[in-house]
Ligand binder design. Structure first.
Ligand code: AOF
Ligand code: ZN
Length: 377
């Protein structure tokens, strides 16, 4: 099963919103075939493993981290080929939550006299596909908040300088995360501050869909994100009423050569998808309703989002309960300064007992830096 999990991981970044699945076939204590789900819409792991097998697999045992499917989807049911190849026993990591499968896969195998054991390394199997399970259950993206801070909790110096908080190893790992998650989200403040590209610079990686929260459509027209929107899918979430008020108030200023309609036209022509989102009801500043935004992104097939700040957006996302995981990178250095920004801002939680808590926390090292990750309780 551990081998199946490693194989499954090879599909990372390529199979979304489908699960990562690996499959190992064993006979007489030897691995005789293996396969994994390589890309979205392609054959499933089980079929890839068994496709080229002949009579030698009869009576073999099959290990797969997710329950074999029994439905005709983009590819034929995996239960068919398992039965056809006369596999004797199937070890399943965890059951599927897809209503088309959800226990029926196992049932069909058993009806055909195949022995099935469920729950092998179940926790690891569930964790590997935490995005799939979350997205399948409620069609909302799985959101992971990621930030890098100093040991005194700052994401930049008081001057705004932030290059770099963490070292190369940690930053390389962030590139892996960008490959793993389907979307990457930042607030407009981060675009002003860093002019980021938000692409994936990992070898053979794929770029996440860039999602910007820009309530009033203030994005600089010469920002790197706008300039590269033709090559990298970019979604901009905004609110027409809030933008209207903002543009009207700025109408006479020199640095506002365009009106709102021209700006919309320009961004659309650049290849940016403009997504109109209602405002959150309460609050002095106009803020997008992140729950509605997440629903819309989910409907667009975005199963997972890496939330890369800034502090205001992070705070709203926590407050709206749209975050499932945190990756906090901590660099062993201090920059001090009461005005230096921290990863999560907003109004804050008044009592320690009400703090947002993490479960299943893990700590890993990247060069001198550490990363603490965990699921939000
Ligand atoms: C995969 N790869 O290796 C396995 C999957 O969209 P389809 O037709 O390919 O079917 C996807 C469903 O099949 C998925 O939601 C899951 O329930 C099941 N198993 N899917 O993409 C695989 N084993
Ligand atoms: Zn299948």
């Amino acid at each position: 099963m551990r081998m199946a999990l490693d194989l499954a991981r090879e599909g990372e970044g390529q199979v979304s919103p489908n699960p990562m699945v690996g499959c190992v076939v064993v006979k007489d204590g030897k691995v005789i075939a293996k396969g994994y789900h390589q890309r979205y819409g392609g054959f499933h792991a089980e079929r890839n493993a068994l496709l080229h097998c002949g009579k030698e697999v009869e009576g073999a045992e099959l290990y797969v981290n997710l329950e074999p499917c029994c439905h005709q989807g983009k590819t034929p049911p995996c239960t068919d080929i398992i039965i056809e190849k006369k596999i004797a026993r199937v070890y399943v990591g965890c059951l599927d939550v897809n209503p088309e499968v959800a226990g029926k896969g196992v049932e069909i195998l058993r009806e055909h006299g195949i022995q099935v054991e469920i729950g092998i390394l179940e926790e690891e199997c569930r964790k590997l596909n935490e995005v799939f399970f979350c997205y399948m259950a409620n069609k909302l993206p799985f959101v992971a908040m990621k930030y890098a801070m100093t040991l005194d909790g700052k994401i930049a110096c008081e001057t705004g300088d932030s290059r770099w908080v963490t070292g190369t190893e940690a930053r390389n790992y962030v590139q892996c995360l960008r490959n793993r998650y389907r979307g990457i989200m930042v607030g407009i403040g981060t675009v002003f501050a860093d002019d980021p590209l938000l692409n994936c610079r990992m070898e053979n990686g794929r770029n996440p869909v860039r999602i910007l929260c820009d309530t009033r459509l203030r994005i600089p027209t010469d920002s790197r994100i706008v300039q590269t929107a033709g090559e990298i899918e970019t979604i901009l979430a905004w609110n027409p009423e809030a933008a209207e008020i903002y543009y009207e108030s700025k109408a006479n200023e020199k640095e506002m050569p365009w009106n709102l309609q021209e700006m919309q036209k320009f961004l659309t022509a650049k290849g940016i998808t403009l997504l109109e989102i209602p405002l959150k009801k309460e609050g002095a500043m106009p803020e997008l309703d992140l729950r509605i935004l997440m629903q819309q992104l989910g409907q667009r097939g975005i199963d997972s989002i890496l939330l890369e700040g800034g502090g205001m957006l992070n705070a709203s996302a926590l407050q709206e309960h749209v975050v499932q995981r945190v990756y906090a990178f901590v660099a062993p250095k201090l920059v001090a300064g009461a005005g230096a920004k921290s990863p999560v801002e907003g109004v804050g939680i008044p009592r320690m007992e009400n703090a947002v808590k993490l479960r299943e926390t893990e700590i890993s090292s990247f060069g001198e830096d550490i990363c603490i990750t965990g699921r939000i309780k």
